[in-house]
Write a protein that binds this ligand. Structure first.
Ligand SMILES: [Zn+2]
Length: 199
């Protein structure tokens, strides 16, 4: 069984993928934690991850709110979440920003410091009306497999689902977030489909 986390939003295509995984593993209990997210929901994710080290200007209410703060010894004007989000990356908590911005602090990935580089917004943030035949929105699963956390077992289930033909493109274990992220293959055009509406 796959439980959908309260408030998580999935479109019809994602729901069909969830049913196919469920049908393949009827005895396994998984939790789908995220499908489509808005920039504001992404900000809430950052708020949850940054408990204990938020900068004073951080507020989880407004993605577009800006203020003046210090960065590299200079007063700069920027989003209220920028430094707190940058600190998440600096501490190894890999989380996308709500909007495309430049990483403000040192943050190493594969030995490269990404400070000063443009970081894309979460790939769960997709226009609600975007057709899954153009780009499919990914799904996150919690690390829970039945009553126990077992992130590798969850990833293995996704790997088996992919091998059996369920259109999963990539599987990423996100240790920092305690989840398994799957990217889906865009739905093929068949010529006479109706446009799938968000569920
Ligand atoms: Zn994800």
């Amino acid at each position: 069984m796959i439980t959908r986390k309260e408030n998580a939003v999935f479109d019809d295509y994602q729901l069909s993928i969830l049913s196919r995984i469920e049908a393949m593993f009827p005895a396994v209990s998984l939790i789908a934690t995220s499908g489509h997210r808005t920039p504001l929901e992404q900000l809430h994710v950052i708020g949850a991850y940054s408990q204990g080290f938020q900068y004073p200007e951080f507020t989880p209410q407004d993605v577009f709110a800006t203020t003046t703060f210090e960065l590299d010894g200079q007063a700069v004007h920027g989003f209220r979440w920028l430094r707190t989000w940058g600190e998440c990356l600096h501490r190894g908590i890999i989380v996308n920003p709500p909007l495309v911005v430049v990483a403000p602090f040192d943050y190493f990935r594969e030995g490269v410091n990404k400070k000063g580089q443009l970081i894309q917004a979460s790939n769960h943030i997709i226009d609600a009306d975007l057709d899954p035949r153009v780009k499919a929105c990914p799904i996150d699963f919690s690390q829970m497999c039945g009553p126990r956390p077992d992130i590798h077992r969850v990833a293995e289930i996704m790997e088996q689902a992919k091998l059996s033909g369920i259109p999963i493109k990539n599987i990423t274990i996100e240790h920092g977030n305690g989840c398994v992220h799957i990217d889906l293959v865009a739905l093929p055009f068949t010529g006479n489909d109706k446009v799938i509406r968000r569920g």
